[in-house]
Every structure is written in C-alpha cells, then in structure tokens.
Design a binder for this molecule. Structure first.
Ligand SMILES: Nc1ncnc2c1ncn2[C@@H]1O[C@H](COP(=O)(O)OP(=O)(O)OP(=O)(O)O)[C@@H](O)[C@H]1O
Ligand SMILES: [Mg+2]
Length: 257
C-alpha cells in the first residue's frame, strides 16, 4: 500500500446551527504524496474552509481519519496556514510579523535574524522590513504572509483562497512565485481556490468538491500544472473547460469530452 504524506479517510464534520446539526463535510477521502501540490475547488459553502481548519489543527471535532506525516493534525506544528486576508498583525512591522512564530518557538536572536533575513530576501521584501502592513500593496502583504509561513520551515502549506483579493496581474505574479518557491522547497501544498485557471496552473492533483455536505466528487491528475507559459494555450483552456463542466454539474459532458 502506498504511503501518503497527507491521508484523509471518511472525514465527517458536523456543526450546530440554531440547535440543529449541519453536516459540512461527509465521507471525504483523498491523499497527497509528499511534495505534491493539491488544489481544491468547489461551490461556496461546500466545506473547503472547514476541511482546511481540520488539517490546520484548528478544529478537532471531526470523525474519520486524518494523518499528516503519519500523525493527526496539530496547530503550530509543521503545518502552516495562509488565509485570503493575509492574517498580518497591523500594529507590527513586516519584520516583527515575520519573526513572530520564531519568537513563539523560543529561537535565539541569531537564529531569528538569519532566518528572517534569508526569507525576506527570497521573497523580494528585503527593503520593506520596517513598514507596517497598511503601508504595503495587497501583493506585498501576501508575500509577507508567505514569508511568515515559510520562515517556520513547514512540511505542509495550507492556503485558503490566498490570492482572491488581488488584482488579476498581481495574482498571476504570485501564482508564478508560489511555483518558484515550490521548485526550491518541494513542500507539500494544499490550496483552495474558486478560480479555475488557478487550479489548472497550480494543482498537480485537482480535487473537485460537491455542494454541501462536501465530498470529493472528482480527482483530476493534471499534467499541465506548473506550466505557466501555457496560460491561454489551447490545451490549458480545454482543461479549464473540463473543470468548468464538472463545477456546473455537467459531469456527464465533462466525462465524455
Ligand atoms: N462555525 C460554524 N458554525 C456553524 N456552521 C458553520 C460554521 N462554519 C461553517 N459552517 C457551515 O458549514 C458549511 C461549510 O462552510 P465552509 O466555510 O467550510 O465553506 P466554504 O466551502 O469554505 O465556503 P466559501 O467558498 O464561501 O468560503 C456552510 O454551510 C457553513 O454555513
Ligand atoms: Mg471558505
């Protein structure tokens, strides 16, 4: 049997709304190899953020089996989470935002300085350390959020619609940038998006979710992932159209395409 880095079996999550149970996820099964990039795409409210919160160790009220590197999810461990709104502390400078996690892990001053300088340089933020988040563009803010995650050397990077508040060009720039980071680190990444082109560009494995309660409706192995020069080319657009058919509930059309 194959040994996956991330393995989810029969995952079910219920919430309570006005005293009634609401099932957000039901019978979710999928897995990712170490170093693989997975992308989840699905309709609003199908449970994508719920899934991410379980993987990030922020929601332990679930049934089923979830293993990351053979262990159940834990917050603050080897998993990093990046959200759509960047999650930066507005009263702290870029530098202080980036070193926060290292401080919490009680690293010594020398280690903190070296790690933060290296990551800020890598992300093209070397000259922005003294600025506050409000003094940055959206793209720069998201870079800081990525720097803050990478400085902790995670094994799994979770991203919940990380680029959705950015304009189209900045978004493309950061998609390419994420691919560069992945080439360098070979991190396991699980990213959520509503954007079909983004899913095709980034996801080696694309997981299409059904409406609430969310399940993985279709897994697509995507050989076009990572090929940013193919954006707008025929085969890229065909793959986008295939996904679009699934998402619009025309699974039959997609399967016979
Ligand atoms: N804390 C909560 N308490 C009760 N119900 C919740 C809670 N969080 C989410 N839900 C419900 O669970 C379902 C899944 O929500 P979730 O936020 O995971 O969806 P999503 O796929 O991330 O949606 P979107 O694409 O809009 O971000 C929804 O029906 C939502 O109303
Ligand atoms: Mg969500």
């Amino acid at each position: 049997m194959q040994d996956y880095f991330l393995s989810i079996k029969s995952l079910k999550v219920d919430y309570e709304q006005k005293g009634e149970p609401v099932t957000a996820l039901d019978a979710v099964n999928f897995s990712l190899n170490q170093g693989q990039r997975g992308v989840i795409i699905g309709p609003s409210g199908c449970g994508k953020s719920t899934l991410i919160s379980v993987l990030a160790g922020l929601n332990s009220h679930y049934s089923g089996q979830v293993l990351i590197g053979g262990k159940p999810p834990a917050s603050g461990g080897e998993t990093a989470l990046i959200l759509q709104d960047f999650g930066l502390l507005p009263w702290k400078t870029v530098w202080d935002n980036v070193i926060l996690g290292l401080r919490l892990r009680k690293k010594n001053t020398g280690e903190i300085k070296t790690a933060a300088e290296t990551v800020l340089e890598k992300l093209g933020l070397g000259s922005l350390g003294k600025r506050f988040p409000a003094q940055l563009s959206g793209g720069q803010r998201q870079r800081v959020a990525i720097a803050r995650a990478l400085v902790l050397e995670p094994k799994l990077l979770l991203m919940d619609e990380p680029f959705s508040s950015l304009d189209a060009l900045t978004r493309e720039e950061l998609q390419d940038f994420l691919l560069e980071i992945w080439e360098e680190t070979k991190l396991t990444i699980l990213l959520i998006t509503h954007n079909i082109e983004e899913a095709v560009l980034l996801g080696q494995k694309i997981l299409i979710m059904s409406p609430c309660p969310g399940q993985i409706q279709q897994e697509v192995e995507n050989s076009l992932a990572g090929a940013s020069h193919l954006r707008g080319e025929v085969q890229f657009l065909e793959m986008c159209s295939f996904l679009r058919s699934f998402l619009r509930g025309r699974a039959h059309d997609a399967a016979s395409a």
